[in-house]
Design a binder for this molecule. Structure first.
Ligand SMILES: Nc1nc2c(c(=O)[nH]1)N[C@H]1C(S)=C(S)[C@@H](COP(=O)(O)O)O[C@H]1N2
Ligand SMILES: [Mo]
Length: 429
């Protein structure tokens, strides 16, 4: 397109914040002269159109398959797996490739993983879930038994409390959206409400906590207050429509919506009703937050309000000047996302992003905003607000609360710098 035409298009764009952020209405195509141009016209000269018949349209394609798999051209679409640590066999995490995905659901093969002792191969025919302790009638359920109970389906995010902990380090690491923030995923989870099973067992007076344990080599155990257990906690059996993956706890896991991932005990085998927290290893030596005043907080369950721009993001390159879409994900353990603001000038000015229509509580919400980049250096940030009124804090505000050694529950604003060459990098702004 001609320079003249491009200048006309740019003239019509409604810039709502510094450094080129555009009104989100441009994405809706609502009555703005620039909107039509934005949608219909590439802002760079396109090649002259030619029509070719590709080789694959001249022969029949490959056969059916019993279980599908991604295109061979999508081979880069992988979880980011760390190197195994010989001192911690089976310990480690893999991260969702947030910068390569769209929408707000994580496909099962790309759900992040966090295991303390690897993935046990649990035979559902031999597995039992036992409910005992302060109950009138201790119960043992087989997998088959549980499948016979009424199930519910809900979309929820799951986030490790160590997610984004890299940004607590003194120097900003040259990470990607996946390496820095990929310990969060979301799925439609289906299973049996724990309240149904607890009603059957009959909770005795004096019970105020549950202690949940799994049958992996780590015997992961966590305590959860009874009021939460009776509220929205469930035994997850299906993940995005299929039985949950071994990585996610097959044949069954506890699912505790909005709370740090660690309490969603995988390969779940016992729920014991107790009068207080069990003080498992995983809630005394770990998963406690060191505070600035030298104390430590235990049982800090809900995940904070948070957002991250997934594109453009760390290690990406803007290959052309012009209009780009800034997009990312926002979530909160305290409710639904009500607002996401984006800044292109390191937090001096902000513009409201367009939020995806489905904004369920405790799920991931996709946001988008068009941005006109004309080659000037920029710092992109996003800031989420939830339905409880919590606003995502700056990095320094989070750090001020905690001891320097703390790595858990970091939900500070992410800053991505954009160089005049279009290179994107993690920075502390
Ligand atoms: N039994 C058991 N449950 C577990 C873990 C584990 O190692 N063993 N890891 C926990 C942690 S720290 C997190 S963040 C989540 C991760 O769930 P995912 O691997 O399905 O993403 O599972 C939790 N439940
Ligand atoms: Mo975790």
């Amino acid at each position: 397109m001609s320079d003249k035409h491009r200048d006309d298009v740019y003239q019509n764009l409604d810039q709502v914040a510094g450094n080129g952020l555009l009104n989100r209405r441009h994405l809706l195509g609502l009555g703005l002269a620039g909107a039509a141009s934005l949608a219909a016209q590439p802002l760079l000269a396109a090649e002259a159109p030619t029509i070719v018949t590709p080789s694959w349209s001249k022969v029949p394609g490959r056969d059916l398959s019993g279980y599908g798999y991604p295109s061979t051209f999508a081979q880069g679409l992988q979880r980011l797996t760390g190197a195994p640590n010989p001192l911690l066999p089976g310990g480690g995490a893999s991260r969702s490739p947030l910068h390569l995905m769209q929408g707000s659901i994580t496909p099962n093969g790309l759900h992040f993983e966090r295991h303390h002792a690897g993935i046990p191969e649990v035979d559902p025919a031999q597995h039992r879930l036992v409910i005992h302790g302060l109950v009138r009638q201790p119960l043992s359920f087989s997998y088959e038994d549980l499948l016979a109970y009424p199930q519910q389906s809900r979309v929820y995010f799951l986030e490790c409390s160590g997610n984004s902990g890299a940004n607590t380090a003194a120097q900003a690491s040259d990470g990607t959206a996946a390496s820095l923030h990929g310990l969060v995923s979301a799925a439609q989870w289906t299973g049996v409400p724990l309240s149904t099973l607890l009603a059957e067992a009959g909770v005795e007076d004096g019970a105020s906590w549950i202690a949940a344990t799994g049958v992996d080599g780590a015997s992961m155990g966590r305590s959860i207050p009874l009021h939460k257990a009776l509220d929205d906690v469930f035994i997850a059996l299906y993940q995005n429509g299929e039985p949950i993956r071994p990585e996610q706890g097959y044949p069954m896991r506890l699912f505790v919506p909005g709370w740090e991932g660690n309490v969603s005990v995988k390969w779940l085998s016992q729920i014991k009703l107790t009068s207080g927290p069990a003080n498992f290893r995983d809630e005394t030596s770990r998963y406690t937050d060191f505070l600035a005043d030298g104390k430590a907080l235990q049982f800090t369950y809900p995940m904070g309000v948070k957002s991250v721009i997934t594109s453009p993001s760390g290690q990406m390159l803007l290959r052309r000047q012009g209009v780009h879409e800034v997009t990312g994900l926002a979530w909160s353990g305290s409710g639904a996302i009500t607002r996401v603001e984006v800044s292109a000038d390191s937090g001096r000015t902000w513009a409201d992003a367009l939020l995806a229509e489905e904004r369920q509580a405790l799920a991931l919400t996709r946001f988008r905003l068009p941005w006109l980049w004309e080659g000037a250096p920029a710092v992109l940030q996003s800031r989420a607000t939830d339905s409880a009124g919590n606003v995502q804090p700056t990095r320094s505000a989070v750090l001020a609360q905690y001891d320097a050694a703390n790595r858990y529950h970091f939900n500070g604003i992410q800053s991505w710098s954009v160089s005049s060459q279009g290179a994107i990098a993690n920075v502390y702004a």
